[in-house]
Structure formats: structure tokens, C-alpha cells
Design a protein around this ligand. Structure first.
Ligand SMILES: C[S@@+](CC[C@H](N)C(=O)[O-])C[C@H]1O[C@@H](n2cnc3c(N)ncnc32)[C@H](O)[C@@H]1O
Length: 249
């Protein structure tokens, strides 16, 4: 993945995802945590973005620390009241303490496209947990990607400062389990009519369960939960986003 991913994008990130149900997702994560006896305590969030889940989870009683590679996203993050974050790469981060759970939400794991980076992230998750600790993440699910095939999507958003049109064009790499999403963002200043054009490539890897089980077992985890993100349904060809819970043995 290019080091620049999310740098240009970051300024418009919260506007692009303003309709995302972060509060509902935080409540869903709390349900999963409680299923595994984590009713309060400390959470390490990998790829914390602008801190939306982290701040909500802090409001729900957890102490949350985020790690985020994009310095632009970290700069936009509001810290305090139970939520802190640092800029860093989840492939090599060492916070220096363990947590009750590690979380990685909104397809952050799918941004780890190489076997080396995946091995590194699973190793970092294991190092920051004691035995019995939980690692929860959602990801693109291979059966759904193959069955549905990614297509071109256009999103338009407006606020008082800017009008955004984002075009997402997928480039499918079947043999690499990867889809490179080419984003073009046209940002128009409503006062001057000036248009800024940004381009970013987001390489996304998708996973099957046996592949993730192998990674999990290699790093001392067992899979203890598997479901469609948010609905809790059994994953299938229509399930683009799957959420799994791993327990450190
Ligand atoms: C789709 S965003 C999700 C952000 C946030 N979790 C949310 O739900 O809004 C993916 C995030 O993962 C971060 N990311 C991807 N790979 C990373 C890595 N190796 N280390 C740290 N952050 C990473 C990106 O910079 C980006 O902020």
C-alpha cells in the first residue's frame, strides 16, 4: 500500500462518511466485547482514522488508545475523555503495555495487502494482549467479492464549505485476492467555483476464513466468532463485510 493512502483523502474523510452509523457500530462492538466478558477496560484500536469509534467507545466506558498511520487523520482527531491516539504503523507499533482487546474497524485489515504486513499486524495484536484477550476486526470477504464483483460507484456530498463528488473505480487482481480502488475526488468550493481534483489508490485485500484461520493459528489465536458485520448473520456470498473475533490462547 502506498504511504500516501488517506493523506489527500483525509481532509474529506468525515464528510464522506458522515452518514456512517458510528454510534450503532460502537454499540455493536460493545455487544461483542461483552460476549467475551470485556465489560470495561482497555482497548487498542488499529487504524483509528479520525477517532470516531474510539471516542464513542470511550463514552461507553472503555479506555481506548488508537494507532493511525495517516498523520493528517491523527491531526484531525479529538483526543481526551478516555480516548488517546498516536501516529504509527500497526505493522510495527509497540505501545509498551497490554490491553483487554485489540480492535480494527472499517476494513483496516483489508488495507494490509501483503502476507508480510498481515503477519506483522497479527504479531502486533498478539503482543498487545494477554492470553484470553480478544482481537476483533472486519474485512472484505472473498466469497462476496467473487460473487458480486466490485463496480464503479459515485458518491456526492455537500456541506457549507465544499461539494464533493467521489468516483471509485475498481481494478480487480483476481490472483492476488486484491482490488485496487482508484478514487477520484472533485472538491468544489461553493463560493469561488474552484475545483480541486485528488486521486488516490486504495489497494484492498479480501480474505477467506481458512486463510485467516491459518494466520490466527500462526500467531496464537483461535477464532471464536464469525458473522456479518452489524447484523450478526452467517456470512455468505452476499456478505461483503465480515467481522471475526479471535481469542489469544
Ligand atoms: C477505511 S479507514 C478506517 C478508519 C477508522 N477505523 C474508521 O472506522 O473511520 C482505514 C484506516 O486504516 C489506516 N491504516 C491502514 N493501514 C494502516 C497501517 N498499516 N497502520 C496504521 N494505520 C493504517 C488508514 O490510514 C485509515 O485511516
Amino acid at each position: 500500500m502506498s504511504e500516501n493512502v488517506f493523506n489527500a483523502y483525509s481532509g474529506y474523510y468525515d464528510l464522506l462518511y458522515r452518514d456512517k452509523d458510528y454510534a450503532g457500530e460502537a454499540a455493536y462492538i460493545v455487544r461483542l466485547l461483552k460476549q467475551h466478558g470485556i465489560n470495561h477496560g482497555s482497548l487498542l484500536e488499529f487504524g483509528s482514522g479520525t477517532g470516531k469509534h474510539g471516542r464513542l467507545l470511550a463514552e461507553l466506558g472503555y479506555q481506548v488508545h488508537g494507532v493511525e498511520r495517516s498523520e493528517e487523520m491523527v491531526a484531525l482527531t479529538e483526543q481526551g475523555n478516555g480516548f488517546t491516539c498516536e501516529s504509527g504503523d500497526i505493522c510495527n507499533v509497540q505501545v509498551g503495555r497490554t490491553f483487554d482487546a485489540v480492535l480494527s474497524l472499517f476494513h483496516v485489515i483489508s488495507y494490509q495487502t501483503t502476507n508480510a504486513s498481515l503477519n506483522a499486524v497479527f504479531a502486533r495484536a498478539a503482543e498487545h494482549l494477554e492470553p484470553g484477550g480478544i482481537f476483533i476486526f472486519d474485512f472484505w470477504y472473498s466469497p462476496a467479492v467473487y460473487a458480486q464483483q466490485p463496480s464503479v460507484r459515485v458518491k456526492r456530498l455537500v456541506d457549507e464549505n465544499v461539494e464533493i463528488v467521489r468516483i471509485a473505480e475498481p481494478e480487480i487482481h483476481t490472483n492476488e485476492n486484491r482490488v485496487d480502488v482508484h478514487y477520484t475526488i472533485f472538491a468544489t468550493d461553493p463560493l469561488t467555483g474552484r475545483v480541486q481534483t485528488l486521486k488516490e489508490k486504495h489497494p484492498m485485500r479480501h480474505f477467506s476464513l481458512p486463510e485467516l484461520d491459518l494466520l490466527a493459528e500462526t500467531h496464537g489465536f483461535a477464532r471464536v466468532g464469525t458473522e456479518e458485520f452489524m447484523t450478526g448473520n452467517k456470512p455468505g456470498e452476499s456478505t461483503w463485510g465480515v467481522c471475526i473475533t479471535l481469542k489469544r490462547i
